[in-house]
Unconditional design. Structure first.
Length: 288
């Protein structure tokens, strides 16, 4: 992982063109923070964000170009080497405004376009903005540099452009590439939405602790730290998650009693399959 992050840092430091970021909310802002932390020159970044946060606004003082004027003519005010679209899908589909600004930055043949919008296909991106499109799905741990992103490239994306996309995405965590865009709906359901499932686990574990007689503050802290610590153990260990689970479970003990419920009929396996299936189906609906 350290080597991968080092390679991303080197690639970002070597960028001499313009990187445009459309949408600097939580995810877009996390990506921007990661780029700058990895050594990308702030003057190379243009941010298109109608409602910038104070944190994003402060980056303008460091050289980031925030909401520059756009000239409506065949000669662009600037042409981006890469355009990263971190908008909400419904915002992207609105005509005019931000969309016009996006199109104005793209050279249909040369610009790398990286989209992290859920349910937005490569074909629709090519139709609206053009360019060499990479569709990606990160997740919210990107905010602390521990995200994971899955990406798929259009056929016209060169190896050099794919490497640039990889560097931009890797600044916030691990990156996996797939060849089949059809997998992206399931990716969204597992890793894109997955952090919410983990937070719900902490929430419900705390609630169950209160029901078992613990004070609410203590139950909340125990649940939070247990989920966080277990996640870190899973991250650091080379053992399979099933093995780590088995290592905690003594035959006939308290953990086994709980797992008999969680792994029994109507338990976590079935619930998770239904949940991921519902999220996958919704991602497909968004693409229509």
């Amino acid at each position: 992982m350290c080597g991968e992050m080092s390679n991303a840092s080197s690639a970002l430091k070597d960028i001499t063109g313009t990187i445009a970021l459309a949408g600097a909310g939580k995810m877009g802002g996390a990506m921007l923070t990661g780029w700058l932390a990895q050594g990308l020159d702030p003057s190379r970044v243009v941010v298109i964000e109608p409602s910038p946060s104070a944190e994003i606004g402060a980056l303008a003082a460091k050289g980031v170009r925030l909401n520059p004027p756009f000239r409506v003519s065949p000669h662009h005010l600037f042409a981006a080497d890469a355009l990263v679209i971190a908008l909400k899908p419904q915002t992207f589909r609105q005509e005019g405004g931000v969309l016009k600004a996006l199109v104005d930055t793209v050279n249909p043949l040369d610009t790398l376009v990286v989209s992290i919008m859920a349910g937005t296909t490569i074909a629709s991106l090519q139709e609206v903005v053009g360019g060499a499109v990479v569709r990606a799905m990160p997740n919210t741990p990107a905010a602390i540099g521990r995200g994971i992103t899955v990406a798929v490239a259009a056929k016209n994306v060169s190896a050099i452009k794919r490497d640039l996309a990889d560097a931009l995405l890797r600044a916030t965590g691990a990156v996996e590439w797939v060849d089949d865009e059809m997998l992206m709906d399931a990716v969204t359901a597992v890793s894109g939405s997955g952090p919410a499932y983990v937070f719900l686990l902490a929430e419900e574990l705390a609630r169950a602790g209160v029901a078992a007689g613990l004070p609410e503050e203590l139950a909340t802290k125990l649940a939070r730290e247990t989920v966080a610590g277990s996640g870190e153990l899973l991250h650091r260990s080379e053992l399979a998650s099933a093995t780590l689970r088995q290592n905690v479970t003594s035959p006939g003990g308290t953990t086994a009693a709980a797992l008999n419920v969680l792994m029994g009929p109507g338990g976590l396996q079935q619930l998770m399959e239904h949940a991921v299936g519902a999220a996958t189906a919704r991602s497909r609906e968004l693409a229509k």
